[in-house]
Design a protein around this ligand. Structure first.
Ligand code: GLU
Length: 491
């Protein structure tokens, strides 16, 4: 690639939310622009009036903003350029590179079928030639409805795709396609070419579902005498079953991941690896590293698979690295969404403003994959009485409730008999287990259920220290009262 300023674009159609596939395409363009001090143009392709809406435009811009993909020019609206698109079609007509088609499509198809001609447009061309340019102009001027078709030259249309390498299509396989419909509206390929040329786009990087549009667009550039940009077609994104990613696979909107507690940096990192890799083992890469390492040479041809598990794993890495100042507000948000507001918050627990709350989040952050997950793990620590998960009581309490109660009572006596810090607590717990002739796990598991209601939590000594003696005691006493009346509580 040369040192010209690259100008790339992201041109979503506002007919839906920002889909992860669109976001990935936007990201690749953004990475190229940022790496090469280029320009990213945002263009809203809103010519499909019935399906486009302002709400979708807003959702797409919000998605881009949330991901931190800033654009340098725009948003431009394709519909603002209709006169310009139409003028280009009329110029092609004047130059003899396009022709009037007065037929109706049914008529063309019938005639093509009758004569065994593959492309109905061959008939349209024949009729146009028979009519002649002057007569066609007169009929058009008199208001006779007509479309305008591009006259495709013989030969082939080829380009060096930045992903797929040399691509070529025989022109005879391409129709003399319509560029202006009989209602005067430009078709998509014409509008895109006019806008890309107007916005001086140097690199068109888009999904490979557009591969079949590219020869048509190149023919339009050539017919209009405009420089042809570099094209690169990035692979589709598939679900784990190998089918094109769709709602069947779960969330496809970027906003759904935001709602699910995925962090924008993690999403960007994940999307970058959908169809691209840095050529080494790195997987966790921040924006600066991605900008530095990105290259179209390493974009793969084959489809990429959307692996939610990997997204959550990556997100966990970003959650673990979040500074407290960012962690606190997002965790509070999630807790609130889970219904843990002031009314359910244990008045004895540290409040949202207290240092202890931050300390809890820090205890959990390396164990959480999402902020949602973090909130879920924080909940038993913040309410007065943690919910006892059936799986936990069944596994660690129910086999012999009386013996469990006896062990827990002895353990509590040992824990309570000294200073309330992690190390001495550990020493006393281990001594107690030894005295009872059991492994430490045997006493830790029932205690963990008593303190958190769960089978998994941070280290038991960290949990004890964080809860403090009084709150820990209350939880152990509650456990004992349940274990003493197991028929009522444990099934
Ligand atoms: N509006 C088109 C789409 O959303 C963009 C096509 C292109 O990048 O040329 O698929």
């Amino acid at each position: 690639m040369t040192s010209e300023t690259i100008r790339v674009r992201f041109p979503p159609s506002p007919t839906g939310y920002l889909h992860v596939g669109g976001a990935r395409t936007a990201l690749f363009n953004w990475l190229l622009a940022r790496q090469r001090s280029g320009v990213l143009v945002l263009r809203i392709e809103d010519t499909d009036r019935d399906r486009s809406s302002e709400a979708h435009t807003r959702a797409i811009l919000d998605g881009m903003t949330w991901l931190g993909l800033d654009w340098d020019e725009g948003p431009f609206f394709q519909s603002d350029g209709v006169e310009r698109h139409r003028a280009a079609a009329l110029r092609l007509l004047d130059d003899g590179r396009a022709y009037h088609d007065f037929s109706d499509p049914g008529e063309l198809r019938e005639e093509a079928a009758r004569r065994g001609v593959g492309h109905p447009s061959a008939i349209a061309r024949e009729w146009a030639d028979a009519t002649g340019v002057d007569a066609a102009r007169e009929r058009a001027a008199a208001g006779e409805p007509h479309a305008i078709r591009l006259r495709i030259p013989a030969g082939e249309t080829a380009w060096d795709d930045a992903v797929h390498g040399r691509m070529s299509f025989a022109n005879r396989d391409l129709d003399d396609f319509v560029i202006l419909r009989s209602d005067g509206s430009p078709i998509y390929n014409l509008a895109v070419v006019c806008d890309d040329a107007e916005q001086r786009i140097t690199h068109v990087i888009r999904g490979d579902d557009h591969l079949s549009n590219t020869p048509k667009q190149i023919l339009l550039y050539e017919a209009l005498g405009w420089p042809v940009p570099t094209f690169g077609h990035v692979p589709m994104i598939l679900g784990p079953d190998g089918k094109r990613l769709s709602k069947r696979h779960g969330a496809t909107a970027v906003a759904d991941y935001e709602a699910h507690g995925i962090l924008p940096d993690a999403m960007v990192n994940f999307l970058a690896l959908l169809g691209w890799n840095p050529g080494d083992e790195r997987e966790v890469m921040d924006r600066a590293e991605l900008i530095e390492a990105f290259s179209m040479d390493r974009v793969q041809k084959k489809s990429a698979v959307f692996d939610t598990d990997k997204l959550e794993w990556l997100n966990g890495r970003y959650v673990a690295g979040l500074p407290l100042a960012a962690l606190v507000p997002s965790a509070l948000d999630r807790l609130e969404a889970r219904g843990l507001g002031p009314d359910r918050w244990d008045p004895e627990a540290p409040g949202p403003e207290d240092e202890g709350f931050g300390a809890l989040l820090q205890l959990l952050q390396s164990r959480a994959r999402t902020i949602e997950d973090l909130a879920e793990q924080a909940e038993p620590f913040l309410v007065a009485e943690p919910e006892l998960e059936a799986a936990a009581t069944r596994k660690h309490w129910a086999r012999d409730p009386a013996a469990t109660a006896e062990g827990l009572r002895a353990l509590w006596a040992a824990l309570d008999a000294g200073s309330w810090e992690e190390e001495p607590l550990e020493v006393r717990l281990r001594a107690c287990a030894e005295e009872r002739g059991v492994g430490a796990g045997k006493v830790i598991h029932p205690l963990r259920v008593a303190l958190t209601g769960r089978t998994r939590s941070p280290g038991i000594f960290e949990v004890l220290a964080w809860l403090g003696r009084d709150r820990a005691e209350r939880r152990v006493r509650r456990a004992l009262s349940i274990l003493e009346e197991p028929d009522v509580f444990l099934s």
